[in-house]
Design a protein around this ligand. Structure first.
Ligand code: URA
Length: 206
């Protein structure tokens, strides 16, 4: 059993005991889990992700393509995950099951598992998409931190804390709802690509 398989087993067992997993399985991260250059962290799986058991597929996968193209990377070069690993849902007025933002309680339950995941993957740097992912590490808002490097404190349960460089981006969904953010998001991506292109140790200097 690999360390990642053990992590998934332990995380599944924890949420099965809590009874919060529901009928859908947890959607774990995927990609390169042994010291990739980047670990990309989103908010929570949506409908397609829950169906396919993989983060950032369907519409969100198209956003990921834009991200990868800007960075000249392939999906398998990085590790992609979410803070919350179940699809948060609610009933719409029309009686349909739709996505909702993860609750504070869900975020608090999943954050120690995210920290374990970061400690296991040990990327060179983190890229967070939106406030939910940013606030797992830094008590600030993406409105203030977007497009810039911060230092994330990674405190996994039962392990020594360490820090990693963290680049904060708006969540691609917020760019869809607020088209004015499109140029901001594009400029932030260019800034990230430029700082990664400055040399493989550029994020480490933050
Ligand atoms: N899909 C994901 O996996 N995560 C997000 O944050 C949004 C869509």
């Amino acid at each position: 059993m690999t360390p990642m398989e053990r992590y998934r087993r332990d995380c599944s067992a924890f949420f099965a005991r809590l009874g919060t997993e529901g009928p859908q399985p947890l959607v774990f991260g995927d990609g390169r889990w042994d010291r990739p250059v980047l670990m990309l962290i989103g908010e929570a799986p949506g409908e397609q992700e829950a169906l396919m058991g993989r983060p950032f597929v369907g519409k969100a996968g198209k956003n990921l393509e834009t991200f990868l193209q800007a960075l000249r990377m392939r999906r398998e070069d990085l590790y992609v995950t979410n803070v919350v690993k179940i699809r948060p849902t609610k009933l719409s007025a029309a009686g349909r099951i739709v996505n909702r933002p993860p609750s504070l309680e869900e975020r608090a339950l999943f954050t120690p598992w995210l920290m374990r995941e970061v400690a296991l993957v040990r990327p060179k740097a983190l890229v967070t998409l939106g406030n939910v992912a940013l606030r797992a590490f830094v008590a600030d808002s993406v409105g203030r931190r977007h497009g810039a490097w911060s230092r994330a404190v990674v405190q996994a349960p039962d392990a020594a804390a360490f820090t990693l460089p963290l680049f904060s981006l708006y969540h691609p969904a917020s760019v869809i709802y607020n088209p004015a953010l499109k140029t901001v998001y594009a400029a932030d991506l260019r800034a990230l690509a430029a700082s990664l292109g400055e040399g493989s140790d550029a994020p480490g200097d933050i």
